[in-house]
Design a binder for this molecule. Structure first.
Ligand SMILES: [Zn+2]
Length: 312
């Protein structure tokens, strides 16, 4: 075959599936691997754990990526169209992807919001947007366990032939998460109750605070879409000086300069607050590192918080 013709054919093979809007045929799903796409890394991690060898999962957002601001690229849209199942957080976490996800749903794709079946009584209201819930549910391990159940149930519906596998994988992972929840509680209790104050770059830690007994303050709102102003820096500075808070935290997916501005403002008032480290809030760490998994990320966060607030 001549080279040009080969190139044209190869291109067509790439382009044609992207143009089709019909969802992938699922008739043979029990005989082949499932192609899953997840928005954030933490959800991809659940799908990897529960899906095991049966499921190949791609996360659209890697380490350090902010889901509040993330817009789907053309490549993402192709990946989404070719998937057997799409998992996202919901509760408006992926604010800029709402339209794309809706379009996938209208086209008959299987789209699953992992927060969908959580009893609203367990959800916290958004402190920034009236009438909405706080989307950062992974900070309470017991809530995230419900997301695991949602992934398990969705995979069983999609691929009932392998229901037992998904059930067993989910059971094993849930046991690990029960242990993780205990670990966070034990570590949190090392800090005297009145010193359990967590100050971070954006207001993501309310579920964490509620579950593990911390008072939380974020410089930016619940979504990084709203910018922190001088009034916010001033209010947080007053709070830190007044309460003699020893450490504040940056986040891996939010620019550090805002928290550094708070630190400078506090120091100008003659009080010293340290930056206690970087927390993984809305994205996990690099693949292949302990923090590149949900369990590793949660352990890193609580260890960093305890070390800094106890001044170890
Ligand atoms: Zn967030």
């Amino acid at each position: 075959m001549n080279k040009t013709l080969f190139l044209i054919l190869a291109l067509l093979l790439i382009i044609v599936p992207a143009c089709t809007t019909a969802p992938r045929d699922k008739g043979d799903i029990g005989q082949r691997n499932i192609q899953a796409v997840a928005t954030i890394g933490m959800i991809a991690d659940i799908v990897r754990e529960v899906g095991g060898d049966r499921v190949e999962v791609t996360a659209l957002m890697g380490p350090g990526v902010d889901p509040h601001l993330y817009k789907a690229s053309e490549g993402d849209v192709i990946l989404l169209q070719q998937a057997d199942i799409i998992f996202y957080n919901g509760l408006h976490l992926e604010a800029q992807m709402g339209e794309v996800l809706e379009r996938m749903n209208e086209n008959g794709m299987v789209t699953v919001a992992i927060s969908e079946q959580i009893d609203p009584s367990l959800l916290s209201p958004s402190p920034t947007y009236e009438g909405y819930y706080d989307p950062h549910i992974w900070f309470d391990v017991t809530l995230w366990m419900k997301a695991v159940e949602q992934v398990r149930d969705s995979l069983i519906i999609l691929d009932p032939t392998h229901a037992e596998t998904y059930q067993a994988n989910a059971d094993a992972y849930l046991v690990e998460l029960v242990e993780l929840h205990k670990y966070v509680n034990i570590q949190a209790e090392r800090i005297p109750a009145e010193q359990r104050v967590l100050i971070t770059a954006h207001d993501a830690f309310h579920y964490f605070g509620k579950a593990y007994g911390f008072e939380v303050r974020g410089l930016q709102g619940i979504s990084t879409e709203t910018q922190a102003g001088t009034a916010d820096v001033q209010a947080l500075t007053d709070f830190i000086v007044e309460r003699q808070i020893p450490a504040i935290f940056v986040e891996s997916s939010v620019a550090e300069r805002n928290i550094e501005a708070v630190q400078a403002a506090v120091q100008a008032r003659g009080f010293d607050v340290t930056i206690g480290g970087s927390l993984f809030s809305d994205a996990m760490g690099s693949e292949g590192t302990p923090e590149g998994t949900y369990i590793g990320m949660v352990r890193h966060n609580i260890d960093t918080i305890v070390r800094a607030l106890l001044g170890d």
